[in-house]
Design a protein around this ligand. Sequence first.
Ligand code: ADP
Ligand code: ASP
Ligand code: MG
Length: 402
Amino acid sequence: MALIVQKFGGSSVADAEKIRRVAGIIADTYCEGHDVVVVLSAQGDTTDELLEKAAEINPKPSKRELDMLLSTGEQISISLCAMALEKMGLPVISLTGWQIGLRTNSNYGNARIKEVGAERIRRELDQRKIVIVAGFQGINKFDDITTLGRGGSDTTAVSIAASMHADLCQIYTDVEGVFTADPRKVPGAKKLDEITFDEMLELASLGAQVLHNRSVEMAKRYGVNLEVLSSYVRKPGTIVKEVTSMEDTKISGVAKDSDIARIALLGLADEPGTAFRIFRVLAKSGINVDIILQSIGRDETKDISFTVAKPDMEAAVSALNENKEVLGFNDIKVSDKVCKISIVGAGMIKSPGIAARMFEALYDANVNIHMISTSEIKVSVLIDEEHADLAMQSIHRKFFGI
Ligand code: ADP
Ligand code: ASP
Ligand code: MG
């Protein structure tokens, strides 16, 4: 008998029929004799709809009240799913983040988990109950409700699996596993049987929303056995683990991140301290910077461009403009019609020419590159958003032949 944590995403519990299907998977696992802890997301587009409801009342609500509202979506799905299992005659209990003692910091809207006091879950399992937990939510030191950021239910599931030393954490979703690219954008994308934590972490951080990136980080840190699989088709999915037999595969996937904006500062002094002053201003405003590009100095001036997350764009521009005198730029140019396409692969370190092949694919598709950044296991390029899908498909074809 094993302890299995199963997480089902929003599309898997979108309506009554889907909830019954999910209940069937849970019931089968339970009837095999396992202890089952289930984590659910809000149904379908509920979280987006709640955000719209909030905006109708107040376009700038406090983050605390927004979390109070957003956390309700998950509470609906856990109670409905518990009712479906009750109807099947199975012992079940649904619990909120607060009831299981999932403690977070106070960063409303993007809170980090500090601990999962698993005693309540353990007590219920000891009575042979199926435990259904609301994903995405916790409580802070003031006993106020917090949420973990979009897609955060994956992280709830992994944190419960880690704190309870579960044998397996299964993330059920609307695709059959992790693919070489988003199968909805690249029709030839192939399902991977295995992927390493590091590759999955890069893919998730670079825009593949199939797993919340913090869930992968946590699974790696605590050695959680993680599987991504379909809630519609009953077959093995993708195993995410430390080392894979496929590790030498040069490229494991292509990812797209459209949630990005580029800011360029023109006519800066070509002297020591320029970059320091710019990025200090941004850091003080709490803005994360991703790719940075500096032009060669000419006529004692240079340009610096960089990318930030789209929601930070306005704050970054106003912080820079407020310090225009000190920073000494002539002009500031901003574009949010850009996106970042990345290739990820642990085998990249040992194989020269991977970046060249990626650039060739972009050339084949006649797509211009604005910026490039690399690390040991990834290459990212910034391109115009309108070419994103074409670029993804061309790069995918170059490396995977389809
Ligand atoms: P859930 O509601 O189950 O949490 P998500 O929408 O968060 O589901 O994640 C699943 C989606 O992630 C898929 O429908 C797919 O379009 C997208 N996706 C993006 N990149 C990938 C990838 N490399 N492999 C699989 N799915 C991906
Ligand atoms: N319901 C939340 C969201 O839509 C959390 C999740 O689905 O993981 O982002
Ligand atoms: Mg998700």
